[in-house]
Write a protein that binds this ligand. Structure first.
Ligand code: ZN
Length: 285
């Protein structure tokens, strides 16, 4: 397992951790200011959201690299299934536009959160079949543009409306079904910390299909399952054990801090939040 106590170059910022992804929250810093703040603190890479990039993908990607940072990823495709994703062609076109943005940024990975239960169906099985069909239509387009697609299984509390893909087991199954060389998974502590099947499913995924590792913590008395994530060390997730499993399966990439915290971290000074991330990462992750 890598030792981060004296080297945090594996640390990546997911910009949503500073509140930029929700109206009325966060510092409202432009990408350039975020890039400089991360570079000054020795972060190795960054992950942006589409709304921050707009039509400036190439410019922002180049700006990050000029500051010594890589762009580890882009969040994320629009939902592939669910009430906002009914028309197949519209979904595929939206996903392809996200692929284009990731390619312009030079982002290594485009994350996919698949969406909730599809209208007219019950349970998750039918929805997952529709997801497989739609990813099958998107993955060749992404492959041509050198973009990897990372399926992120979300905590089952979101299975109804955000992600019918709720376990790493189902995510690896989906990878097997679609069988595209650029399709893999992203592991987020918030979504998998409870899963005692994690280690064996990571082994099944293998190093060539683990495209991302996301850090935060699960607060024991969480007040909001979407916007009350904990900073690493403040919750009950066994961070070192999870990373041992992820790296035991061969992952050597960035560790991306992704903390949605409307009533705590998003209210703080972004510079302070970044400093705490570095400190916690080196000591606790
Ligand atoms: Zn995540």
């Amino acid at each position: 397992m890598r030792d981060f106590s004296s080297d945090h170059s594996a640390l990546a910022l997911n910009t949503a951790s500073l509140g930029h992804n929700l109206e009325g929250h966060g510092a409202g810093w432009e990408p350039e200011r975020l890039i400089d703040a991360c570079a000054a603190r020795g972060f190795g890479s960054m992950v942006f959201w589409r709304r921050e990039i707009g039509s400036r993908a190439i410019e922002i990607g180049e700006r990050a690299r000029a500051a010594g940072l890589s762009v580890a990823g882009l969040c994320r495709t629009p939902f592939l299934v669910g009430t906002d994703a009914v028309d197949r062609q519209t979904v595929i076109d939206g996903a392809k536009a996200s692929v284009d943005m990731a390619a312009g940024l030079g982002a290594a990975v485009l994350t996919i959160v698949v969406g909730g239960v599809h209208p007219g169906t019950k349970g998750i099985s039918e929805s997952l079949k529709i997801v497989a069909d739609r990813i099958g239509a998107i993955s060749p387009y992404a492959l041509e543009r050198n973009v990897k697609l990372a399926l992120e299984p979300l905590n089952p509390v979101y299975a109804g409306n955000r992600s019918c893909l709720a376990t790493l087991r189902d995510a690896v199954d989906l990878c097997d079904v679609v069988a595209a060389s650029n399709l893999g998974v992203a592991i987020d502590v918030y979504h998998v910390w409870w899963d005692r099947d994690l280690d064996s499913q990571l082994q099944r995924a293998g190093k060539d299909r683990i495209f991302g590792y996301h850090l935060c913590d699960w607060l024991a008395d969480t007040r909001d399952v979407l916007l009350d994530r904990g900073m690493m060390g403040d919750g009950v997730a066994d961070l070192k054990a999870i990373r041992a499993s992820v790296e035991g399966a061969g992952y050597t990439g960035p560790c991306e801090v992704e903390v949605f915290s409307a009533n705590n971290w998003w209210k703080r000074d972004p510079g302070e939040v970044l400093d705490v991330m570095v400190e916690r990462f080196r000591a606790l992750c």
